[in-house]
Design a protein around this ligand. Structure first.
Ligand code: AMP
Ligand code: MG
Length: 519
């Protein structure tokens, strides 16, 4: 394998936990603890992403090498690697949970690639760390496949996300009770290597603020800005209030864009706790997420959240704003003024509203947002929820020239009733009139719509099918999905089965429509 060029600036520039022993504990005044991955007995490479490997200047031969397997299973360290787990806290389901941290993720270091980009490498499922609390530090095959494939799928959909390099079976097994109902069973353990310019979260700042460790709070803010928001230093003075405000504003705006993308493609994160919010506005921590099959704003895949459905599809923007409030609170000691913070949070709302409108216009193939369009969009969403309609298929079919309720036959999970047919017919006629106001030909509109409305998404039941096969030792569907989801907007011959709406058997199946945090 080619050698990687490490420049571990996070640990070089930030305070370490002085204790080196791998024991579970509260870690104060430190951003991370040094800890090594646990060695595994019989690693085997299940899959790797060529695209993610390219980010590290690695090719397929490199990924198939013995060194790659040993490194990304956690069995060996390359020259320049300095493994560590990060300290952070977070609000879980609205409540402050105190210290969380990388309980089963171990960073190996930061690669500086040939283009000068930095990629932090992180093994998820690499064994216990000081932050493991009562858990084992391991990850199972099903949750690792879900993280691995969804990270790459999201990237190719154009949604900001962390990436996934490799999926490695460790040879170990661990007991998990998937639905927390007393049916525990052994499952194979795996390690995913994920990549991100940074794994710093909202909760990384919250932990220092909650503990009144303001010196470390400032250090982490300054270093995060220096490494990842350097453009702001050209405009604002180091450590100035204006700089921190501009930075918070950018974080909030990146979060807005990310959520608008989730809404566009029908992604429901499922666990938008503040420890799962990236400071770079990337989708991070793929747990009990899901994809809307039928368009239902009330839906969440996460059964752990089934009572309040805090993290349901239609609530994601509000929750992201709530999370930004928590980040603003955490940064208050650096800013000490409430008014500009409130202005930034208000800006979140107006910006979300504008970007949502623009996104909906693009899904409908409209060139701009005109007066009356908002009502048109909202009427559509009400209709989509009225008769169970596959969101993904609906928007692809909407790109056709001639539209009637029959156009969408393949997208319905229920037989449309008369009042729906009448309302939808009216809507389609209003929409067709609205389309005609734009000065753009049918073919261009068709192409524009198909460039923002994906045909292939990582449907919940497809994930489960790929997992079922992988658990039998057959990785073919994982690898097929990895390839097809690279071009989610392009119809691919022979791949109709990966664009099909949810079959009836998957409606209420565990793993397809119901997921838990057990992973
Ligand atoms: P999550 O719900 O995946 O965001 O996890 C919340 C916290 O629990 C994080 O600090 C994780 O590192 C930790 N965690 C989750 N699963 C495990 C596990 N199997 N072993 C150790 N820590 C875990
Ligand atoms: Mg997490």
């Amino acid at each position: 394998m080619k050698s990687l060029n490490f420049d571990n600036r996070f640990i070089r520039d930030l305070p370490a936990d002085p204790i080196k022993e791998n024991s579970r504990r509260q870690v104060h005044k430190a951003c991370y603890s040094f800890v090594e991955p646990t060695k595994v007995s019989a690693p085997s490479l299940l899959s790797f992403s060529k695209d993610a490997a390219n980010l590290l200047d690695l090719d397929s031969d490199d990924c198939n090498s013995e060194t790659f397997l040993n490194t990304f299973s956690g069995n060996a360290l390359l020259d320049g690697m300095q493994p560590y787990a990060m300290c952070y806290g977070g609000h879980q389901f609205g409540n402050w949970a105190g210290q969380l941290g990388d309980g089963r993720a171990i960073n190996l270091g930061e690669v500086k690639n040939q283009s000068g980009d930095y990629w932090a490498l992180q093994l998820k499922g690499a064994g216990p760390t000081p932050y493991s609390r009562t858990a084992d530090g391991l990850a199972v095959l099903r949750s690792s496949i879900r993280e691995y494939l969804c990270s790459e799928a999201m990237h190719h959909l154009g949604v900001p996300t962390t990436r996934a390099l490799s999926l490695i079976n460790t040879g170990e097994q661990v007991m998990r009770d998937i639905m927390y109902d007393g049916n525990a069973a052994y499952e194979p353990c795996t390690v995913v290597c994920r990549l991100s310019p940074s794994f710093v979260r909202f909760g990384s700042f919250q932990i220092f603020s909650a503990r009144n460790e303001h010196e470390q709070l400032k250090q982490l803010a300054d270093v995060t800005i220096k490494h990842h928001f350097a453009h702001l230093l050209e405009q604002f003075e180091e450590s100035s209030t204006e700089l921190y405000l501009a930075w918070l504003n950018e974080v909030c705006q990146r979060t807005v864009s990310m959520i608008v993308d989730w809404m566009r493609v029908g992604f429901v994160h499922g666990v938008m706790n503040t420890d799962n919010m990236s400071i770079l506005g990337l989708t991070i921590d793929y747990g009990p997420y899901g994809w809307l099959d039928d368009f239902n704003p009330e839906w969440t895949p996460n059964t752990t959240d089934s009572q309040h459905r805090r993290y349901r599809y239609g609530q994601q923007a509000n929750v992201a704003l709530w999370n930004c409030y928590q980040l603003a609170n955490a940064l208050y000691p650096l800013i000490e003024q409430t008014e500009p913070l409130e202005a930034i949070l208000n800006e979140f709302q107006s910006s979300y509203q504008n970007q949502w409108l623009a996104m909906m216009a693009s899904k409908l193939g409209l060139e701009n947002v005109e007066e009356g369009d908002q009502e048109l969009f909202e009427r559509l969403e009400t209709l989509l929820a009225q008769t169970e309609t596959d969101m993904t298929l609906f928007y692809r079919l909407l790109a056709n020239d001639e539209l009637s309720v029959d156009t969408f036959e393949n997208a319905y999970y229920q037989t449309p009733e008369n009042d729906y047919i009448e309302a939808m017919t009216n809507w389609l006629s209003d929409y067709s009139l609205r389309r005609e106001l734009d000065d753009i030909d049918n073919q261009t509109r068709f192409n524009n719509m198909n460039a923002v409305n994906p045909l292939y998404v990582f449907r919940n039941y497809l994930a489960q099918q790929a997992i079922d096969k992988a658990e039998q030792g057959d990785m073919s569907m994982v690898n097929e999905l990895l390839e097809v989801l690279k071009k989610p907007y392009t119809e691919q011959s022979g791949k109709q089965h990966l664009a099909a709406k949810r079959p009836d058997w998957a409606r209420t199946k565990v793993g397809c429509s119901m997921l838990s945090c057990s992973s």
